[in-house]
Write a protein that binds this ligand. Structure first.
Ligand code: ATP
Length: 236
């Protein structure tokens, strides 16, 4: 199997407090993988370890065949991993267009890289808001901008941490629809979210975390067939 990202038995701690206990996760090229679990299960910490923000003290993380667990966040990002962080973190004092252009680069050497035109087709709302400042946007528009900014780096792997958090059902639908389009284009995605019923048709593979461990893994068919699993570990 050709994995784009392979997390092999990582353990991570904040100071003396161990949070991840031997996490294994594989993300195949061109697929969408979901990471599920209750608050505090260790999902964000797994992302922080992938990015070198809170490096794993044990285990390996391979990206396109290269060990990255000892690299700096900056180098990891330049290899072509883009994070849409929880809380969006867009620049409030830059316009929508400037926010995107600040990130424009072609990390996966795409022949048809993301540019403003393609982004505006994906999210027409951002075209209307192009000269608005980041802090003048609604929560949904900020989220669209956060996703667009990540896409402007043309990443091999796009990671979304709770991208639909705090959004209205209508705007959430726009985000899901965007992710479906990205999947159709072959974008590899790791998505953390709590809407299992939305993730089942979107993702190919699902992993559930509890107390810093992966406690269940399977495909969409298997997840759909075991609602008791979600109730137990995800609480929906
Ligand atoms: P959430 O959806 O609430 O972010 P999560 O599954 O992403 O949940 P993490 O944020 O990875 O969970 O948190 C896992 C554990 O690590 C929790 O017990 C949390 O209290 C702890 N933790 C998170 N960040 C820190 C930190 N900076 N210092 C110490 N402990 C932390």
């Amino acid at each position: 199997m050709n994995y784009l990202l392979e997390i092999d038995n990582i353990s991570t701690a904040y100071g003396h407090s161990q949070v991840l206990f031997g996490v294994n996760l594989q993300i195949p090229q061109g697929e969408v993988v979901s990471l599920l679990g209750r608050n505090g299960a260790g999902k964000t910490t797994t992302l922080r370890s992938i990015f070198g923000l809170t490096p794993a003290y044990q285990g390996h993380i391979s990206f396109m065949g290269q060990h990255i667990e000892k690299l700096t966040t900056d180098r990891i990002a330049r290899l072509g991993i883009a994070l849409v962080p929880e809380g969006r973190q867009i620049f409030p004092n830059l316009t929508v267009k400037e926010n995107m252009l600040a990130f424009a680069t072609n990390r996966n050497n795409s022949k048809t890289p993301w540019g403003l035109e393609q982004i505006y087709q994906l999210f027409p709302r951002l075209a209307e808001r192009a000269s608005n400042m980041g802090n003048q946007l609604s929560g949904g528009e900020q989220q669209m901008l956060a996703i667009s900014r990540a896409l402007m780096t043309n990443p091999h792997l796009l990671i979304l941490d709770e991208a639909t958090e705090g959004l209205s059902p209508l705007v959430r639908e726009e985000i899901w629809s965007c992710l479906r389009k990205l999947r159709e284009q072959g974008q590899t995605i790791l998505v953390i979210d709590k809407y299992v019923e939305k993730l089942i048709p979107l993702a190919n593979h699902h992993a559930i975390m509890e107390r810093g461990k992966i406690v269940w893994q399977g495909n969409s068919e298997q997840l759909a067939a075991t609602p008791e699993t979600w109730q137990k570990y995800v609480g929906v």
